[in-house]
Design a protein around this ligand. Structure first.
Ligand SMILES: [Mg+2]
Length: 379
């Protein structure tokens, strides 16, 4: 099998409504999609979501890196037929690891190429990603996520989440004022819904300590990234005296980050995200480190991801028996239109879809990609 052509697509799909947290307010999807075509005419798609404040990648730089560095290493080369059981590791080895600036980890770029290669290799063998990532024996329920906002807006959302039967809810927080919202939302959700918070690094160490103490009465599953990335020792100090478990998100991008957090006993939870962590292979590698260290894991997502990344997330969430919560698969709950038909979306109460189709299990519509492409580069 040989990859003979491909495309890199810069997407812009409007959101149904703006989503806000401490570091960003988003009103459109800004993914990079990679399309790869084999000599037999089969097509695979992958997606990465660059975030300059997480991996250092802008959308333009991510596209450029894929075009100049990653695709040349996989195009026009003869690949053997990989067994599904070894596919994730084999594909990981095909992708160049070149890094040209210390500040940048090309993880969204790598993820887009990895997923496209996995999709097309699976299609060559008429296999589903399920065969590479066998599901564990558990149902997966997605978390509903409430963006930061006024007390009135977050409580209105909490009522919708409760009415829809979600078992797990996460809320973005940006200041100590959030304690009032936390109390109100916990009251609406009742004691049986798991409730966690994400600060996206909004607090300094002193503020974070006060916040964590203030959250003690509300049965919070964990607080994500209370302080900015960069000070693992400060996370460990917070963790040691916190009444609420702490989760690393922006602080956890690479396997080296994971090892440093484990060594420092910095957090109780890791937020694994496939695009942030550089694809499925690297996400699973961090999950393994977490498992060995007794750290709990959540599978997060990228706000505005399309069904391509959501399909990958859905398979990984099903595969990892230890996953404590899962985010993603919003489809047209957030995007005015998705690029797959049907979109990969959770159903009642957040139940994950069962994906059994070949490849990633997601039927990408090229006409929709064309419609929402801001830039389309054929290679
Ligand atoms: Mg987060």
């Amino acid at each position: 099998m040989k990859i003979v052509s491909g495309s890199i697509i810069r997407l812009r799909i409007p959101f149904v409504e703006t989503f806000r947290h401490h570091l960003a307010a988003r009103s459109f999807s800004d993914s990079i999609v990679v399309k790869l075509k084999t000599d037999s005419g089969l097509v695979g798609y992958g997606e990465g979501v660059p975030r300059s404040y997480v991996t250092g990648e802008t959308q333009a730089a991510c596209l450029q890196h894929i075009q100049s560095k990653l695709l040349p290493t996989v195009m026009q080369k003869e690949f053997p037929a990989f067994a599904a059981t070894h596919l994730v590791a084999e594909v990981g080895r095909l992708i160049s690891d070149e890094s040209d600036a210390d500040a940048v980890v090309w993880h969204a770029a790598r993820c887009a190429v990895e997923l496209a290669l996995l999709d097309v290799c699976l299609k060559v063998g008429s296999n589903s990603l399920r065969e590479a990532l066998p599901p564990a024996d558990h149902d997966v329920f997605y978390t509903a996520v409430i963006g930061s906002g006024s007390l009135a807006s977050v409580t209105a959302m909490a009522k919708r989440c409760k009415a829809a039967g979600f078992r797990s809810v996460k809320m973005k927080i940006t200041s100590m004022d959030a304690l009032e919202s936390v109390a109100a939302v916990r009251n609406i959700l009742g004691p049986d819904v798991s409730f966690r918070l994400d600060a996206n690094g909004a607090f300094d160490a002193e503020g974070a300590a006060a916040l964590l103490d203030g959250l003690a009465p509300y049965d919070i599953q964990c607080v994500e990234q209370p302080i900015p990335r960069g000070d693992v020792a400060a996370l460990a100090t917070l963790q040691a005296s916190s009444p609420v478990p702490i989760m690393a998100d922006e602080s956890l991008v690479t396997e080296a980050d994971a090892l440093e957090l484990i060594r420092a006993q910095g957090v109780d939870y890791f937020n694994l995200r496939i695009s942030k962590c550089g694809g499925i292979g690297r996400t699973l590698a961090i999950a393994k480190l977490a498992r060995e260290a007794g750290i709990r894991v959540v599978l997060g997502c990228q706000v505005g991801e399309t069904s391509i990344l959501s399909a990958a997330g859905c398979h990984v969430a099903s595969h990892l028996a230890e996953v404590r919560a899962v985010e993603g698969a919003y489809g047209t709950h957030l995007l005015v239109e998705d690029v797959a038909d049907p979109p990969i979306m959770f159903s009642d109460g957040g139940l994950a879809p069962a994906l059994t189709g070949i490849g990633l299990g997601c039927n990408v519509r090229e006409d929709k990609l064309r419609h929402y492409a801001e830039e389309w580069i054929d290679v």
